[in-house]
Design a protein around this ligand. Structure first.
Ligand code: IPE
Ligand code: IPE
Ligand code: MG
Length: 249
């Protein structure tokens, strides 16, 4: 595990300040461990995790980040006990109910990536209404990844292109990266600049595999419920210090 503070000596210099990532994605991990440290039920960690979502969505807006994508429920998280899955769904319901008015007021565009239509019908309806209500907004984009899995997203994109080719409306020889990207859930978002994972785990867990091709990766030990505006600012500062080469010199 890389200690967050120690990996950022450049913070002192302030070099690179002002280079803002357009699109930041976060694998919000460590809710369970945060609760365990306190001998509290896992639910308490998830509840604090929602507070962190609120905090970080606001902080990202204040910093001028165009798009923030948060991994809230993976296509693999169904493997958790049913009670935990239903706790997470309940918290999602509450979050949308409580925060939608603020998002509308703050000109936020709420979007969802992932196969969220597998959720309970009332939750699907709530999500659709929330997305529709903010669709006219023109400000910062908040993307929640729900029942998201990058491999399924890529397979679905390939399937749709194959269907068009089979129907004779697409020449397979014309399929390129840009056309493929147009089939991904992230098609209308700015390119991913910075991908952060909290809690010390160093893996992508099936998140934005295509989009991360040239993203800067940052793994921090902070548990998600402890992630705050200062942690985000420090991450953005580190991003500003990175030299992105995209294969060039
Ligand atoms: C992240 O925290 C939240 C979700 C995956 C929904 P975890 O629940 O994975 O927390 P840990 O990894 O058990 O600490
Ligand atoms: C990744 O966290 C998924 C989300 C943050 C929603 P997990 O806690 O599910 O990932 P693994 O199982 O440790 O890889
Ligand atoms: Mg986890």
């Amino acid at each position: 595990m890389r200690p967050f503070a120690a990996s950022a000596p450049e913070l002192v210099t302030g070099k690179g300040a002002g280079v803002l990532p357009r699109h930041v994605a976060i694998i919000m991990d460590g809710n369970g461990r945060w609760a365990k440290q306190r001998h509290w039920p896992r639910f308490a960690g998830h509840k604090q995790g929602v507070e962190a979502v609120r905090r970080i969505a606001r902080a990202a807006r204040a910093m001028g980040i165009e798009a923030l994508t948060l991994y809230a429920f993976s296509s693999e998280n169904w493997r958790r006990p049913e009670s935990e899955v239903s706790d997470l769904m309940g918290l999602l319901r509450l979050f949308i109910r409580n925060d939608l008015d603020e998002m509308v007021r703050d000109n936020v565009q709420l979007r969802v990536i992932g196969d969220y239509r597998r959720f309970a019908p009332d939750l699907v309806a709530l999500i659709d209404t929330a997305v529709a209500r903010t669709a006219v907004n023109t400000g910062p984009i908040l993307v929640i990844a729900l029942n998201y899995g990058a491999q399924a997203e890529i397979a679905a994109a390939a399937r749709r292109l194959a269907e068009r080719a089979q129907a004779g409306t697409l020449d397979p020889a014309t399929i390129d990266e840009a056309m493929f990207e147009d089939e991904l859930d992230t098609r209308d978002l700015p390119p991913l600049d910075l991908l952060i994972r909290t809690s010390g785990e160093v893996r992508l867990s099936n998140f934005l595999l295509w989009q991360a091709a040239y993203a800067e990766l940052l793994f921090v030990d902070t548990l998600w419920p402890d992630f705050d505006a200062d942690t985000l600012a420090a991450a953005v500062e580190i991003f500003g210090q990175r030299q992105r080469r995209f294969g060039g010199l």
